[in-house]
Design a protein around this ligand. Structure first.
Ligand code: HEM
Ligand code: HEM
Length: 304
């Protein structure tokens, strides 16, 4: 569970007391729609959002801004239970509204900017850090990532694909691709020696050894799908506190794993229900993407 110090709790409350919720909500949403105009596509029922003027005079923007801020108020008053508090809302944003989770981050950026306009220099780096922590916990709670949401068929798709590949090969190939296609990721591995070309990387024993470690962790995760948070707790701590890995890299690494599975897809004979199809069908990809989202969520726990 995310830990909140007394200072953080006090900081959140002090800032909160200074805010006019309707104003902050309206301004944050207005910025979302103007700065990231593609977000308006989710709000077709709001009528005209095509210009700053239209947005400013749209009563639904104010109304909705207040709804968002009221939910945030609940979070502030229940800091230790944010995940539970947002469960229904995250389900709604995922299943009903189909909101791309990236957008939650955009709205929280807009909220921080609005706080800056309201508080000026009172928004010291410490206050900013505390509020960014609050919003990142809220965003994590809004992202619909729960192993309960994996249907039996989806679980089967994940274990079945994994049983048809050589996991060590997948891990090795994914790590090689990580270093070649996303070369900035090499900076975390200065102890691995030269990673200067594809041939050198492919031959580097430490790369192979490390791939095996990562893949063992993933295999364990597949075996333990309902308990990911606990099994990744130490790894999350290690990557956050000691290795200082930017969590964006987890997404890239797991995308590489998925990409390589997809490459192998044609040669894998996957016999699952008709609903999921065979080979690496879009449905099987969707099941894997959900699983990867769970792994990312668990690995990123300590970052919140
Ligand atoms: C609805 C909260 C981010 C799209 C709602 C509702 C709340 C809420 C409380 C009303 C739910 C209900 O009436 O049952 C939040 C919070 C957010 C957030 C706290 C982030 C901090 C976003 C983002 C988008 C989005 C980023 C899309 C870009 C929607 C839509 C609705 C909705 C389309 C339904 C609006 C309607 O037709 O009334 N949200 N939301 N939300 N949200 Fe979010
Ligand atoms: C170490 C898992 C992604 C950087 C490790 C270890 C495991 C692991 C099991 C070994 C821990 C130990 O020896 O106790 C994973 C998993 C990932 C992942 C499951 C899934 C996405 C990443 C990414 C980076 C990274 C994307 C950086 C771009 C490191 C570094 C070490 C490490 C630098 C220490 C390596 C060493 O010096 O031996 N990781 N990792 N990890 N990881 Fe990750």
């Amino acid at each position: 569970m995310v830990h909140w110090t007394e200072t953080e709790r006090a900081t959140i409350e002090t800032v909160y007391q200074k805010l006019h919720l309707d104003e902050v909500g309206r301004e944050a949403l207005t910025r979302l729609f103007i700065v990231y105009p593609w977000t308006t596509r989710y709000f077709k029922s709001f009528g005209d959002l095509s210009s700053s003027k239209a947005i400013a005079s749209n009563p639904k923007v104010t109304e909705h801004g207040l709804k968002v801020m009221n939910k945030l108020t609940e979070a502030i008053h229940n800091l230790d239970h944010i995940k539970d508090l947002f469960h229904k809302l995250s389900e709604k944003h995922f299943h009903e509204l189909h909101v791309d989770p990236q957008n939650f981050k955009l709205l929280s950026k807009c909220l921080i900017i609005v706080l800056a306009t309201k508080l000026g220099k009172q928004l010291t780096p410490d206050v900013q850090a505390t509020w960014e922590k609050l919003l990142s916990v809220v965003v994590a709670a809004l992202i619909f990532a729960d192993s309960e949401n994996l249907a039996t068929e989806e679980r089967k798709a994940i274990t079945s694909v994994w049983s048809k590949v050589n996991p060590e090969e997948v891990g090795h190939e994914a790590l090689i691709r990580l270093f070649i296609v996303y070369p900035w990721t090499q900076r975390y591995f200065s102890t691995f020696g030269s990673l200067s070309s594809s041939t050198v990387i492919a031959r580097n024993f430490k790369v192979q050894q490390h791939a095996a470690k990562v893949i063992n962790a993933l295999t364990e995760a597949i075996r333990n799908i309902d308990n990911l948070k606990a099994s990744f707790s130490d790894l999350s701590k290690l990557h956050f506190q000691k290795l200082h890995v930017d969590p964006e890299n987890f997404k890239i690494m797991l995308f590489n794993v998925l990409f390589f599975l997809q490459l192998l897809g044609k040669t894998l004979i996957i016999t699952l229900s008709e609903k999921l199809g065979s080979e690496f069908s879009p449905q099987i990809q969707a099941a894997w993407e959900k699983f990867m989202a769970l792994v990312i969520d668990s690995l990123s726990r300590q970052y919140n």
